[in-house]
Design a protein around this ligand. Structure first.
Ligand SMILES: C[S@@+](CC[C@H](N)C(=O)[O-])C[C@H]1O[C@@H](n2cnc3c(N)ncnc32)[C@H](O)[C@@H]1O
Length: 296
């Protein structure tokens, strides 16, 4: 494709996405321009009349066609920004979502009076939560636990990319609690799979590119909340926190699971769309009393 300006390339790409009803066509075309040509919105305005390199043009329109096929923008670009940090993403790992920033902000707020808290992020995926906490609280001792070997590959690269000194464990939340002492953590934070199994195939096309094991929360979406709360409650120090990200209508059910497992002061934080996105509570004294009785 010869004699075509950057501005024309952008307009054609955007029009192709719009014609195929790709949501956010303008934003996606701009991201792909930046990824392929290195031109952000400002440089497109300033230098849009420059000739576009023909090899880069071919690459750009390949990306546009991939996007039209439904492949998420983030996988095409290969990196995504979360909490101000860049994360590698691709098939095999969940793309960090804006909603999850609500959970990280909640966790950091709860930890603000700690000097060097011990934190574990269960179902860590790309490491978005664990790495952001470590970056914003360098004294924290942070572990990221994840089962998928593909996701672990991204987690390791992301920790390195962001110079985040965290412990990375390939493990299963259903069994790995046995490797930790009671009262070991000041906080357990988790964004586990939480979509109801039979709803996954009815959701937006892009989700079919993401790993099913990152999404599937069982027949009511709550399997992981039950397993994690029951298995890991005793690993939190009295007064320490369990912080969950959850689906739009799951807060009340998760609060009940947490109450049944001795947590107190259970609250929620709203995301930008005003959904109860983060559920959190404190490991209470009742739990300690139960443990003491068990010991006797
Ligand atoms: C919803 S994703 C969250 C990823 C990341 N924490 C984030 O917020 O972007 C859930 C993650 O749980 C992982 N996972 C699924 N089953 C697991 C298990 N039994 N033990 C540990 N991790 C698991 C998936 O591979 C996936 O990375």
């Amino acid at each position: 494709m010869d004699n075509i300006t950057l501005d024309e390339v952008y307009r054609r790409g955007r029009a192709m996405l719009e014609y195929q009803n790709i949501p956010d066509a303008e934003v996606d075309a701009l991201y792909l321009m930046e990824s392929v040509f290195g031109t952000d919105r400002t440089s497109l305005i300033l230098h849009g009349d420059r000739q576009a390199d023909s090899e880069l043009c071919r690459r750009f329109f390949d990306c546009i066609n991939e996007r039209i096929s439904g492949r998420p923008l983030q996988y095409i670009v290969g990196t995504w920004n979360f909490m101000g940090y860049d994360f590698f993403v691709g098939e095999g790992v969940l793309i960090p979502r804006d909603d999850t920033e609500t959970t990280v902000i909640c966790a950091l707020e709860l930890l603000k009076n700690y000097d060097s808290p011990k934190v574990i992020d269960l179902c860590s995926g790309s490491g978005a939560i664990a790495i952001s906490i470590k970056k914003m609280m360098p004294n924290a001792n942070v572990t990221a636990l994840e089962l998928s070997p593909d996701a672990i590959g991204y987690l390791k690269k992301n920790a390195e990319r962001n110079s985040a000194d965290i412990t990375i464990v390939c493990g299963d939340v259903a069994t790995d609690h046995k490797n930790y002492d009671d009262n070991e953590f000041d906080m357990i934070v988790s964004n586990p799979p939480y979509i109801v199994s039979n709803q996954i195939d009815t959701l937006q096309r892009e989700l079919s590119f993401e790993p099913r094991m990152a999404l599937d929360g069982g027949s009511d979406g709550l399997d992981f909340y039950r397993v994690i709360t029951e298995n890991w409650a005793s690993k939190i120090k009295p007064g320490g926190y369990l912080v969950y990200e959850n689906g739009e209508d799951e807060h009340e059910a998760i609060a009940k699971i947490m109450l049944a497992n001795g947590f107190t002061d259970i609250r929620y934080d709203l995301d930008l769309q005003m959904f109860k996105r983060t559920t959190y509570g404190q490991a209470g004294m009742r739990l300690q009393a139960v443990r003491a009785l068990t010991f006797l």
